[in-house]
Design a binder for this molecule. Structure first.
Ligand SMILES: *[C@@H]1O[C@H](CO)[C@@H](O)[C@H](O)[C@H]1NC(C)=O
Ligand SMILES: *[C@@H]1O[C@H](CO)[C@@H](O)[C@H](O)[C@H]1NC(C)=O
Ligand SMILES: *[C@@H]1O[C@H](CO)[C@@H](O)[C@H](O)[C@H]1NC(C)=O
Length: 532
């Protein structure tokens, strides 16, 4: 199997070798947080293969740094808000999910969420202003002679720029709210009877009430996004282009959608020829650890280590929570490496070390690693799947709760509730995934599914990016569904026509029968008369 994979990778590399000799010129849309962490390895692979990569970077960003020494070119643009504005937005966002939400009813949650989506779009449009309304940047982009725009559409506007530059567009994303973008703009089929909506916390096995909930969940998000997102974006696009423009239609221009999930993690579902499922795009084999860290890891003996992080965006939690977590961790026999930026908790055990930053992937790939405590972001989950490490989830927001449900469903994880968690709950959860063999076995099974494919997800993503450049787009993969109205798509016009034909037929039949009956009655009457 290993040989087969190598051979197919070699064949692929050979196929592409002629192309990489005169590499393409790729423009990359700005993004943030884990989205940037995720796309970077793909860009590095593209550079390795001889392409030029230029990344648009806003002057204010938490993760993208235009002055960072790297192998990409950076095109820096100015934005009108400050780092503080941005931090306030993120604080607001996390505060809602981590502390406010549990005290709200559904309506309050919905309204507050609408407000957050609106605020997020406000910031996104200020970013977009920095590119599309800057003559300097637009001139640079036009003179850049790019062959392709690669974008994580979490920040909108890349489709507009791709059209202005007249170049193909490749999206990479994990999901959109209620899968609205994939379903409506990408035309990805998602029957609500067996494809659970992102963030619905459902699996693909649904009973009647769950299917009802899933259906409503899709509909609710469609309404929410129409009211808060699409109408604002439509206006913005129309203003820039000078003609009435549908932003969703612009989004549908994307040649390829690289979805960052795969069947080790997601439930089987129908998809289209221009949707590629490349979950685990950023995963790599583990590298050796820094010396002092390796020493600490080795000091764990047979008990091994537990790796703990709450993700790239959560920096601190309340002192109370930190103390609960620390005292839970102090009660397990493993050594713990905890990535945490807040103040050192009072209850921190001797077995736990706090780090500003940890080489998460290298730790997860370490033979001494027994479990991974995670907030349930897809990046971390995929690294754990890649290395076959069972997980304990403390999910907080966005897709995290549902990601953990996926892993739970496959028997590779348990999760604890962040709000109600006690020290003992965390301790017991870690002990469960380490001591009950099934968790490790299931994690290893997912790992072998993950690795057993003809080509690695990163190579697949790179292949389709190069494919799109070589063929100047991939419009031949575009389904005609994009050109249909909703009633044509569901064949309602055809059904209506057939219904009309059937009704007409029945009508005629009734008429003819009525006529026959009357006619034969009359004849019978006549014969009777004659007989008389
Ligand atoms: C961004 O702002 C700085 C300082 O005001 C200015 O020097 C620079 O030219 C601006 N960059 C662009 C691309 O407009
Ligand atoms: C459907 O499944 C949910 C979750 O398992 C359960 O709570 C609910 O009672 C079920 N409903 C019906 C009608 O079986
Ligand atoms: C996190 O830290 C910031 C600044 O140090 C503080 O303002 C904020 O309240 C803290 N958040 C929590 C949840 O403790």
């Amino acid at each position: 199997m290993e040989l087969g994979r190598r051979v197919s990778t070699c064949v692929l590399l050979l196929l592409c070798a002629t192309w990489s000799a005169n590499g393409g010129n790729i423009l990359v849309w700005y993004t943030e947080g884990s989205h940037w962490i995720n796309i970077k390895p793909v860009l590095e692979t593209l550079v390795d293969r001889g392409h030029d990569v230029t990344v648009l970077v806003p002057s204010v960003s938490m993760y993208m740094k235009s002055n960072e020494a790297s192998r990409f070119r950076y095109e820096s643009f100015n934005v009108s808000f400050s780092m503080e504005d941005m931090e306030i937005f993120f604080e607001d966002f996390f505060h809602f999910f981590m502390y406010e939400m549990k005290q709200m009813n559904y309506l309050q949650i919905y309204l507050r969420f609408m407000e957050l989506v609106k605020n997020n779009l406000d910031i996104s449009l200020q970013y977009l202003d920095g590119v599309v309304k800057s003559d300097v940047i637009m001139k640079n982009l036009k003179e850049g002679n790019f062959d392709l725009l690669l974008s994580d559409p979490i920040y909108p506007g890349s489709d507009l720029i791709a059209e202005m530059l007249n170049i193909p567009l490749v999206f990479t994303l994990r999901f959109s709210l209620g899968n609205n973008w994939e379903r409506h703009c990408g035309q990805l089929p998602a029957p609500p009877s067996f494809v659970p909506a992102a963030m619905s916390k459902l699996t693909d096995k649904m009973n009647f009430s769950e299917r009802l909930w899933n259906f409503l969940f899709y509909t609710m998000h469609d309404i929410l996004l129409d009211k808060t997102f699409w109408n604002v974006l439509d206006n913005y696009y129309s203003e820039i282009k000078g003609t009435p423009t549908s932003a969703c239609e612009m989004m549908s221009r994307a040649d390829i959608w690289l979805m960052r999930t795969y069947w080790d993690f997601d439930f089987p579902r129908p998809f289209l020829p221009n949707f590629k499922f490349v979950g685990g795009i950023h995963c790599r084999p583990a590298k050796p650890l820094p010396e002092d860290m390796e020493e600490f890891v080795q000091s764990s003996g047979d008990d091994g280590i537990v790796v703990f992080t709450l993700g790239s965006l959560i920096r601190n939690i309340t002192t109370e929570k930190a103390n609960i977590i620390a005292s839970g961790l102090a009660q397990i026999p493993q050594k713990v490496l905890w990535r945490y930026k807040g103040e050192k908790p009072k209850t921190l055990g001797a077995n736990t070390r706090i780090y500003d930053w940890i080489p998460q992937n290298d730790l997860l790939g370490h033979p001494k690693t027994r479990a991974f405590i995670t907030h349930g972001g897809t990046n971390g989950i995929y690294e754990a799947i890649y290395h076959g490490v069972p997980m304990v989830g403390i999910p907080m927001f966005a897709d995290q709760p549902e990601n953990m449900i996926h892993m739970n469903h496959r028997g590779a994880a348990v999760h604890v509730d962040f709000h109600s968690m006690k020290a003992e709950d965390l301790r017991d959860a870690v002990n469960t995934v380490i001591n009950e063999k099934s968790y490790k076995e299931n994690a290893m099974r997912l790992s072998s599914i993950h690795h057993d494919r003809p080509i690695s997800p990163r190579d697949e993503a790179v292949f389709w990016i190069e494919f799109t450049m070589r063929n100047k787009g991939a419009k031949h993969l575009r389904v005609q569904a994009h050109e249909l109205t909703w009633y044509q798509y569901h064949s309602l016009d055809v059904l209506g026509f057939l219904l009309a034909v059937v009704l007409l037929f029945i009508f005629l039949l009734v008429k003819i029968c009525g006529f026959c009956v009357r006619w034969s009655c009359r004849r019978m009457g006549k014969t009777k008369k004659k007989a008389e």
